[in-house]
Ligand binder design. Structure first.
Ligand code: THU
Length: 164
């Protein structure tokens, strides 16, 4: 038996410490929370993706009376980006959320497992690391790449026959 440890590099910034580019993309994600359709959870999530063609694509969570039919802000944004710009890679994805009180959460927003998996495939498609900014009103987390949000992740590669 061998005990191993997985370490994840995580940078923690106050809003003021973010670069101008990152502040802009975070602001776009924050702004998108006001366009969330979340009459059931009252949890408003916004996302903004900066593509390597210079375009920024934004989205918000979209709910439905048939609950599972809704979609998170991250997937709304990533699928729209891929539908509109199939050849572009995503350089940065920023996410922000406001709770029922209307306030931005103090702690950085934490994407759900399904969104992490979709982020991973978007990153693989794009072929470059997708930086992730998780906004919180007290501090923002920066992750260098999607794998840092999804250790021991499953990709299409795992389905290939092993070479031995
Ligand atoms: N939600 C997101 O949009 N992104 C996340 O990372 C977590 C959850 C949405 C889904 C649902 O509309 C609401 O937040 C409550 O779960």
């Amino acid at each position: 038996m061998k005990e191993c440890r997985i370490e994840i590099p995580l940078k923690v910034y106050t809003y003021e410490e973010l670069s101008e580019t990152d502040r802009t993309i975070v602001d776009q994600a924050k702004q998108m929370t006001y366009q969330s359709y979340s009459p059931y959870s009252h949890f408003s999530v916004g996302a903004a993706a900066l593509l390597n063609n210079g375009v920024t694509v934004t989205g918000s969570n979209q709910e439905n009376a048939a609950y599972p039919s809704g979609l998170c802000a991250e997937r709304t944004t990533l699928f729209y980006a891929q539908a509109q710009y199939p050849d572009a890679a995503i350089e940065v994805l920023a996410i922000a959320a406001r709770n029922e009180s209307g306030e931005f959460a103090e702690q950085p927003v934490s994407p759900c497992g399904a969104c992490r998996q979709v982020m991973l495939e978007s990153q693989t498609r794009g072929g470059i690391p997708m930086r992730i900014l998780l906004y919180g009103s007290k501090f923002t987390y920066e992750l260098e790449k999607v794998e840092d949000l999804l250790p021991l992740c499953f990709t299409a590669k795992d389905m290939e026959p092993s070479s031995h």
